[in-house]
Structure formats: structure tokens, C-alpha cells
Write a protein that binds this ligand. Structure first.
Ligand SMILES: CC(C)(COP(=O)(O)OP(=O)(O)OC[C@H]1O[C@@H](n2cnc3c(N)ncnc32)[C@H](O)[C@@H]1OP(=O)(O)O)[C@@H](O)C(=O)NCCC(=O)NCCS
Length: 250
């Protein structure tokens, strides 16, 4: 696991037009780091942080937002405090457009302890992360949310692999929903992802437009620590580089 998510080189890695960068971010950093990150948040982000009831949730939010700002600042060459966000009608955050600035796009996913943040130039992308945990009602949830071909594939998975297969399918579906950005308004049975054990990540089919499937590339991410992850980005002319955010950087 550690070699797949190395600490970043110095200076900060440059993002090429045919690359997607994914950062793994621990969400419970030491208190001095939390304080340093909190100082970079906007007033509305600080207000949101203050509304969390449990300290661990507050820290996770501050760390996620703070590191996102730090990384965006690095890619843009600006102070993290100067980063401005906009939101689509479905709540997907993006950079507020700056005249002459790069078309830097990003997406984020978090659990209580870990986040993944993905960045690309000029291409839409979505990332999803889930902790694999016991799911006694996985078959019911699959019946409700997965497509008919996905349910068929899920029933064929040996019982010992079912939990992992469930979260693998879930993250791959979420990565697509998040790349498109329409949130839960997008019907989940309109597309099929590959997720059976050993099967490479792929967007298999889309409906009603079958050509949509070929416009995206899906990649598995292995964040370790009992988590599964997926990355969807537009086009097929890109490769992914992964880094672990080391806590005292950038
Ligand atoms: C909001 C949603 C986009 C993802 O939510 P999620 O999986 O619970 O949470 P994640 O941690 O993966 O992602 C949350 C982040 O995604 C981003 N986000 C919010 N709305 C988004 C949207 N419409 N599109 C893409 N990204 C979005 C934000 O950065 C958000 O983090 P923030 O609130 O700290 O800013 C949405 O798809 C959702 O609510 N899904 C619910 C789960 C579901 O039914 N999934 C079915 C899969 S089979």
C-alpha cells in the first residue's frame, strides 16, 4: 500500500493535461495541523465546521476542506485562502472561474478517517471512497439501487466476496454519478459498471445513450486501510498518479 501512495515529490507535482492526480488525505491529523488548516477556511466553511456535534466530524471536515484548499492553492500558485468555490445546482463544488486561469477541476470523497481528492485539467471527474464494513442488508440495497445486470452479477459473487463486491460496485457507480455531477437526480439503473472479483473497473453500458459509456474511463483506486475507491474521468487519454498527503505539506 505505501508504495502505491508515495509522499509527493518537491516541488509540488505539476498536473499535465493527460493526467489525473489523486491524493489520499488522512482526516484525523494532529491538532496543530488542524489549527493551521482551519486558518485557511472561509467564514462559511468555519461556520459549517462549528455546527458539527462531534469533534471527530469537525476535525474531518476541517482537514478535508483545508487540504483541498492547500492542494488547489499549490496547483494554482495561489494562497489557499484565496481559493473561491462555486456550486452547481446539484451541489457539486468547483473553482469559481478566474479570467485567464487554468481549467482545473476536482472532486472529493470522504469517510470519517480518510478522503480522496482528484484533480484534472479540462476534464470532468468524480471520485468515491467507502469503508468496507459488514452489510447484512447488501442484497436489499443492491436490489434497490443497482441495475438489473449489476444485480445478476452481484448474485453470482461467492458469499465470502460479497461485501467487497457490494462496496466496489457502489463506489464505481458513485464515481460516475459524481463525475456527471447530477447527484441523486440521476437514475442509478441507467448504467452498468463492472465490479465482480478480478474484473477490471469499467463503465459497461449507459442508457438511453449507449455512446455515453465510451466517453468515460473508470479506474479502481486501492486506498488501503479497509477502504475501496473508484475514479471516473472523461476521455481515455489520461493516466492516474496517486499521492499520500503527508500532514505537514504543502
Ligand atoms: C452527494 C453525492 C454526490 C455523494 O455523496 P456521498 O457519497 O455521501 O459523499 P462523498 O464523501 O463521496 O462526497 C461528498 C463530496 O462530493 C462533492 N459533491 C457534492 N455534491 C456533488 C455532486 N452533485 N456531484 C459531484 N460531487 C459532489 C462535495 O465535495 C462533497 O463534499 P463536501 O460536502 O465536504 O464538500 C450523492 O451522490 C449522494 O448523496 N449519494 C448518496 C448515496 C447513494 O445513494 N448512492 C448510490 C450508489 S449505488
Amino acid at each position: 500500500m505505501p508504495e502505491a501512495w508515495p509522499h509527493p515529490p518537491a516541488p509540488h507535482p505539476a498536473l499535465g493535461p493527460r493526467e489525473v492526480h489523486v491524493w489520499r488525505i488522512p482526516l484525523q491529523p494532529p491538532e496543530p495541523t488542524v489549527r493551521r488548516l482551519e486558518a485557511t477556511l472561509s467564514d462559511d466553511e468555519r461556520a459549517r465546521a462549528a455546527r458539527f456535534r462531534f469533534p471527530a466530524h469537525r476535525v474531518a471536515y476541517v482537514a478535508g476542506r483545508g487540504v483541498l484548499r492547500a492542494l488547489l492553492g499549490r496547483y494554482l500558485g495561489t494562497d489557499p485562502r484565496a481559493v473561491r468555490f462555486g456550486y452547481t445546482a446539484h451541489g457539486k463544488p468547483h473553482l469559481a472561474p478566474v479570467a485567464g486561469g487554468p481549467d482545473l477541476r476536482f472532486n472529493l470523497s470522504n469517510t470519517e478517517t480518510l478522503a480522496l481528492a482528484a484533480f484534472a485539467l479540462g476534464r470532468d471527474l468524480g471520485v468515491d471512497l467507502e469503508r468496507v464494513k459488514p452489510m447484512p442488508d447488501a442484497a436489499d440495497i443492491a436490489a434497490r439501487f443497482f441495475s438489473a445486470p449489476e444485480n445478476e452479477a452481484f448474485r453470482a459473487v461467492p458469499p465470502a466476496s460479497r461485501e467487497l463486491a457490494f462496496f466496489t460496485c457502489w463506489t464505481r457507480k458513485e464515481a460516475y454519478i459524481k463525475a456527471v455531477g447530477e447527484g441523486l437526480s440521476m437514475p442509478l439503473d441507467r448504467f452498468d459498471v463492472a465490479f465482480a472479483p478480478g474484473e477490471p473497473a469499467r463503465l459497461l453500458a449507459t442508457r438511453p445513450d449507449p455512446a455515453e459509456a465510451a466517453r468515460w474511463t473508470l479506474r479502481e483506486l486501492e486506498p488501503g486501510e479497509g477502504h475501496v475507491g473508484a475514479l471516473m474521468a472523461a476521455g481515455s487519454d489520461w493516466s492516474v498518479a496517486t499521492w499520500h498527503w503527508p500532514g505537514d505539506h504543502p
